[in-house]
Design a protein around this ligand. Structure first.
Ligand code: FCB
Length: 412
């Protein structure tokens, strides 16, 4: 049954980040991965958001967002098994309170790809007691900030985590193991379920979901029946299955949408990221297809749950392209809303430039640019555009978006 606290919660106009990507100074399984030479660049200081959040929240206010999605760093909260850091929990409480003081709704992610080193060493989510240990961490989080936070994402992109960490082996623990790739999903699901019940027992009015990375799959060769079949199977396994399995323990469906990929049955499990002749590519090499977001949102209608776009954004140094990207994707959201998709929020990825995993610091996703030498922040024109869209859509849905970037940025 669909529920949305619409009397108190307007459309969420947000921005998103994750702890390891922006905080700086994190010490987790990813830090070890970076230190053992698996990636070109180390996260190190990143954007120093852990310390500079007061300045960043002022910028968020200037952008006019009413929501912020960020993750709590489990490894800071529980650096050793069963030992919880009061200082870190106090830090996150102060940070969350500061958001509320800025009239910004917090949405907390509990797991965004990184793990405490001790937990990773014991097998991570394959630890026989993983769900109990995850729940213990979630309980501490609820004790520390539960009264301040209504929105929770338990797990970010379970399928991406499964694919990168256990299928392709590019992320820690670097396994390429089909069996583990299949099994990790159910491990994550039980962690999610226990976390869901823990959050709800603490706070029955909490809104809890998962941020699912949805990819729009197309057959590489539209005339090939096998490629078309491949697209349908992968769409089910990557996009739908987890959402279905978690449907009784989610209050909303989080959608992270970036791009389209092509299924080629000759390599069934590894779709092609972009076609050789693709013209519109981001700095990640991803194709730009806003219209597919509309389609993916409509495909979720049958779940009868509120939808939040928990991530959508572009890596580029061309801010005009970023502005058009935002407009086109918001227009797709608006069209989907007009056809009955219950989209209740949109979080641009990312609030500020950050550490993009194996791609390091090259991709620039931020509405706020960061000079990593000086840590100076600059609002990009796209931030001003976002502000204008938010101003024009105070709390209402379906949302309205102008078709073009429009007048040049003005000071806020
Ligand atoms: C998503 C991740 C996020 C970020 C963006 C670009 O898959 O959730 O951490 O890396 O991609």
């Amino acid at each position: 049954m669909m529920f949305w606290p619409q009397d108190t919660i307007p459309f969420l106009w947000g921005v998103a980040t994750s702890s390891h990507q922006v905080e700086g100074g994190t010490d987790n399984d990813w830090t070890e991965w970076e230190n053992s030479g698996h990636v070109a660049e180390k996260s190190a200081d990143s954007s120093l958001h852990y310390h500079k959040y007061p300045e960043d929240f002022q910028l968020f206010s200037r952008i006019g967002v009413n929501a912020y999605r960020y993750s709590l760093e489990w490894s800071r909260i529980e650096p050793e098994p069963g030992q919880f850091s009061r200082q870190t929990l106090d830090h996150y409480r102060a940070m969350t309170q500061s958001l509320l003081d800025h009239h910004i709704e917090p949405l907390i992610t509990l797991h965004h790809f990184t793990l405490p080193k001790w937990f990773a060493k014991q097998g991570g989510f394959f630890h026989p007691e993983a769900s109990r240990l995850f729940e213990r961490y979630v309980k501490k989080v609820m004790d520390a900030v539960g009264d301040l936070v209504r929105f929770y994402v338990t797990i970010n992109e379970p399928m991406v985590y499964a694919a990168m960490s256990y299928g392709m082996g590019q992320w820690p623990p670097g396994h390429k193991n089909l069996k583990e790739f299949w099994q990790i999903g159910s491990k994550l699901l039980s962690c999610h379920q226990r976390a869901y019940h823990r959050i709800k027992s603490h706070r029955p009015d909490a809104m809890v979901g998962i941020a699912n990375h949805l990819l729009a799959f197309s057959p590489y060769d539209n005339r090939s029946r096998l490629d078309r079949f491949n697209a349908r199977i992968v769409n089910y396994l990557f996009n739908e299955r987890f959402i279905q399995q978690a449907r009784n323990t989610t209050d909303f469906i989080g959608v992270n949408y970036y791009s389209q990929q092509y299924t080629d049955h000759r390599h069934f499990w590894t779709p092609v990221v972009h076609k050789p002749n693709a013209t519109l590519l981001t700095d990640m090499g991803w194709e730009i297809h806003p219209e597919r977001l509309e389609e993916l949102l409509l495909a979720l209608k049958h779940f009868d749950k509120p939808l939040l776009i928990t991530e959508n954004g572009i890596a580029t140094n061309d801010d005009i392209l970023r502005q058009q990207f935002i407009l086109d994707h918001l227009a797709a959201v608006s069209r989907a809303q007009n056809q009955g998709a219950i989209v209740r929020g949109y979080f641009y990825w990312s609030a500020l430039d950050n550490f993009e995993w194996v791609d390091g610091y090259r991709p620039r996703f931020g509405l706020i640019g960061v000079d990593y030498k000086t840590q100076e922040r600059t609002l990009r024109d796209s931030a001003y555009l976002y502000r204008r869209i938010i101003d024009a859509n105070q709390g209402q849905w379906p949302i309205n978006v102008p078709p073009k970037p429009g007048q040049p940025a003005s000071a806020l």
